[in-house]
Design a protein around this ligand. Structure first.
Ligand code: BJW
Length: 236
């Protein structure tokens, strides 16, 4: 399974794009809030924005789609989401590949490697790394930054070897993550997408020769319906 923000939308976590609710990038400039340059220019604003989102996540609960996925422990959950709702639904942490990091941790913005879990309900304000004195920042992947290499390599390996990739709630416009759909299609896998909007055929879903089954509807209804009664072979 490969997911994006739409998987968590019905848990009250805002999406970035799309036509429903108030997507984040319709209200905020992504380069000011989700890039190293934006953090450099105004670190306090960036931390306050992430802490606002952390507060929402602290009070969110997994929805029926997260819970349905958790009932299939053989599935690997490759997600762009920085929330921990799959884990809270019962998916073992080792079965979740977070391509864009996690909002539940801070890490050093320098190079000392310091990381710290934070309390989502009471996230700390902008502060310095206790090890090296650089700023601490959310342990997420911003625009222009590379994805964590081990996780990225594992995700590519899995997508190149599967029969079917279930794609839930992503606009599939952010690369390299969206290229996983192309990797799976190129390897002959069937793509089943679940989204409240039709997929853009000019993007990752339009890979030539792809077998694509498009299901239009909310994840919390469609994922449980699709997975009910199915069993899967382990992928890892
Ligand atoms: C539902 C639903 C329901 C709603 N049920 N469905 C120019 C400059 C710099 C970089 C680039 C550039 N041009 C291209 C790039 C590369 C860039 C990129 O792809 N940009 C494009 C946007 C153009 N990528 C990167 O920079 C990546 N790194 C990289 O490429 O490194 C190499 C490099 C090095 C140096 C220079 C350039 C490149 C890193 C990308 C990191 C993305 N980070 C974010 C923020 C993470 C932290 C945080 O959360 O704050 O990741 S951005 C945001 O988008 C977030 C998401 O993970 C990601 C994907 O979004 P997602 O999940 O698809 O959500 P939405 O909102 O887009 O879609 C939701 C969907 O759900 C919609 O379709 C709805 O219809 C649907 N939906 N309700 C079902 N109930």
């Amino acid at each position: 399974m490969f997911s994006g923000a739409g998987l968590s939308a019905e848990s009250g976590i805002p999406t970035f794009r799309g036509n429903e609710g108030h997507p984040l990038w319709s209200q905020f400039n992504p380069m000011e809030l989700a890039s190293a340059a934006g953090f450099e220019a105004n670190p306090k604003r960036v931390i306050e924005w992430y802490n606002w989102r952390r507060g929402k996540l602290a009070h969110a609960r997994p929805n029926a789609a997260h819970l349905a996925l958790a009932r299939h422990p053989q599935l690997v959950e490759i997600t762009q989401n920085v929330d921990d709702l799959l884990e809270r639904a019962g998916v073992p942490p080792r079965a979740v590949l977070h391509l864009h990091g996690t909002i539940g941790k801070d890490r050093c913005n320098g190079s000392c490697g310091y990381e710290e879990a934070i309390d989502l309900a009471q996230p700390p304000p902008l502060r310095d790394c206790p090890r090296c004195g650089a700023r601490l920042r959310p342990a997420v992947v911003w625009f222009g930054e590379g994805l964590p290499s081990e996780i990225w390599n594992e995700a590519q390996r899995i997508c190149s070897a599967l029969d079917c990739l279930l794609v839930v709630g992503t606009s599939a416009v952010v690369y390299p993550a969206a290229s996983l759909i192309e990797v799976a299609a190129a390897a002959g896998g069937t793509i089943i997408s679940i989204n409240t909007e039709r997929c853009d055929p000019s993007g990752a879903f339009g890979s030539s020769g792809a077998k694509h089954i498009e299901l239009v509807g909310p994840a919390s209804a469609m994922v449980p319906q699709l997975l009910e009664g199915l069993s899967f072979d382990a992928l890892r």
